[in-house]
Design a protein around this ligand. Structure first.
Ligand SMILES: Nc1ncnc2c1ncn2[C@@H]1O[C@H](COP(=O)(O)OP(=O)(O)OP(=O)(O)O)[C@@H](O)[C@H]1O
Ligand SMILES: [Mg+2]
Length: 443
């Protein structure tokens, strides 16, 4: 049996329908994945490259329309076919509006199903000319987990696209929590060396005296305790990618060995005379200013230039705030399912606060805030569920020229937000008594 290239995911809480669909699909040689809930479907989507989603709408726990919404946002090119027992006009309109290609009501015939699938997959029967792009290759490429619509994140994706299939050395810089490791993983896993190992080494997390032997390996007797020859991370990553995180922490000894790897494409184990040839793509990352370190002679300039063949600058979140809503959505989904077994929403006011905050800890901080707020709320994250720090640091827009009285009022309100409306605490912070707070607010 020659399996077709397409992977089809079918989602229905009714096992009989699932099996019926699977039987039909298998008779046309499609490879199928089955899920009885949205939760399972999301798991499969995360782990597998799916080319068509067939889903029911009415399901217990999480509704199929939520799944469609999730797919729209995370896998925008994935075609969707809705199969439902409730042919209400409203449902169908809602589904079609969100990019569903075809719509099928139960009961349906095998022919109707075939037609709907062909329509959804864009007439795959059509012969392909040799220079036509393979649809299943370009479809459904979420770039690892990288989410964002900003120009800055788009630029990053463009570079990933250019470097993923070659072994040029890459240097990723950006503040803490901006997604440097995510970018490194995307380069490796989206490219043609993805089956080879990806080894991430935190150069700041390994004691300085061990880093050298951990990276390059050692020979028997190289130092006390070296009882036999051992490979290092570089040998382990052979054929694939080594990700050297926090490269600014590498000692001078490690730096000079690295230089040799980059120049000669070979590593020498600690204690060894002979070099071994090695074929590894190096991706280095840092959130410290290496140029400043070069000036202070903490980092070798020649190594710096060899490491920065391709530079990727991952912008802080405050410079790409248009990515915030999508990221919030992603984390709401992730933690809603994890902690509450449901989709959690966020109020407009709370959303506005997230949008205005400056996120010094970048995406990692945003993720932590959403995680915490999901735990604190019932169904909807409101302003009260957000950490006080966020409410406190929000400023009113610069272009708003206020009177002193208005500024005073807003400031009192801000402090009250911070203390979750605890007037005694607020009075303490403001250095006035509780009565005055009330007075000033009523002024
Ligand atoms: N564009 C993005 N889309 C989705 N998730 C993201 C994005 N950028 C970062 N994240 C998430 O934010 C968290 C922090 O990302 P990552 O660990 O890659 O940051 P980093 O720059 O390596 O941080 P550090 O310098 O602190 O090591 C991770 O959980 C990652 O999955
Ligand atoms: Mg990191």
């Amino acid at each position: 049996m020659q399996l077709k290239q397409e992977n089809i995911l079918i989602v229905d809480d009714d096992i009989n329908i699932l099996e019926l669909l699977q039987r039909h699909l298998q008779s046309w040689n499609y490879h199928t994945y089955k899920a009885v809930s949205v939760k399972e479907a999301v798991q499969i989507l995360r782990d597998t490259k799916i080319d068509l989603l067939i889903t029911d709408l009415k399901m217990p726990e999480i509704d199929g329309s939520e799944l469609i919404k999730f797919v729209e946002e995370n896998y925008p090119n994935l075609p969707k076919l809705v199969v439902t027992g409730y042919p209400s006009v409203q449902d169908s309109l809602k589904a079609i509006k969100s990019g569903v290609v075809a719509y099928l009501t139960k009961p349906f015939t095998k022919d109707e199903l075939k037609q709907a699938i062909d329509k959804s997959l864009g007439n795959i029967e059509k012969p392909k000319s040799s220079n036509e792009i393979n649809i299943s290759e370009v479809k459904n490429k979420p770039y690892g987990e990288i989410i964002g619509v900003s120009e800055k994140i788009n630029d990053v994706i463009q570079i990933i696209e250019r470097v993923k299939n070659n072994k040029a050395t890459i240097f990723i810089k950006g503040e803490s929590g901006t997604g440097k490791e995510l970018v490194a993983r995307a380069i490796h896993y989206e490219g043609k060396f993805s089956r080879a190992p990806f080894i991430a080494v935190n150069c700041g997390g390994i004691p300085e005296n061990l880093l050298e032997s951990e990276l390059f390996g050692y020979t028997k007797g190289a130092f006390t305790g070296a009882e036999k020859n051992r490979d290092g991370f570089f040998q382990a990553a052979n054929g694939g990618t080594i990700f050297l995180d926090e490269i600014g922490n590498a000692s001078t000894a490690v730096q000079s060995r690295l230089l040799r790897v980059l120049q000669e494409k070979e590593v020498v184990k600690v204690g060894a005379q002979k070099a071994e040839k090695i074929d590894v793509r190096i991706i280095a990352a840092t959130n410290s200013d290496l140029r400043e370190m070069i000036k202070k002679e903490g980092f070798r300039e020649d190594l710096y230039y060899r490491l920065t063949v391709v530079e990727i600058d991952v912008a802080p979140l405050r410079e790409r705030k248009e990515d915030i809503p999508l990221l919030v959505e992603k984390f709401l989904f992730k933690y809603g399912i994890e902690y509450k077994d449901r989709f959690i929403k966020i109020s407009t006011e709370a959303s506005a606060i997230l949008q205005r905050y400056d996120w010094p800890g970048n995406i990692r901080e945003l993720e932590n805030v959403i995680q915490r707020s999901v735990i604190m709320c019932d169904k909807i994250i409101g302003v009260t569920h957000l950490p006080s720090l966020l409410k406190f640091t929000i400023d009113f827009p610069d272009n708003q020229l206020l009177t002193l009285k208005e500024v005073e009022k807003k400031h009192i309100q801000k402090v009250l937000n911070f203390t979750n409306n605890n007037k005694t605490k607020a009075a303490e912070i403001l250095g006035i008594d509780r009565k005055t707070i009330r007075q000033k607010l009523n002024d």
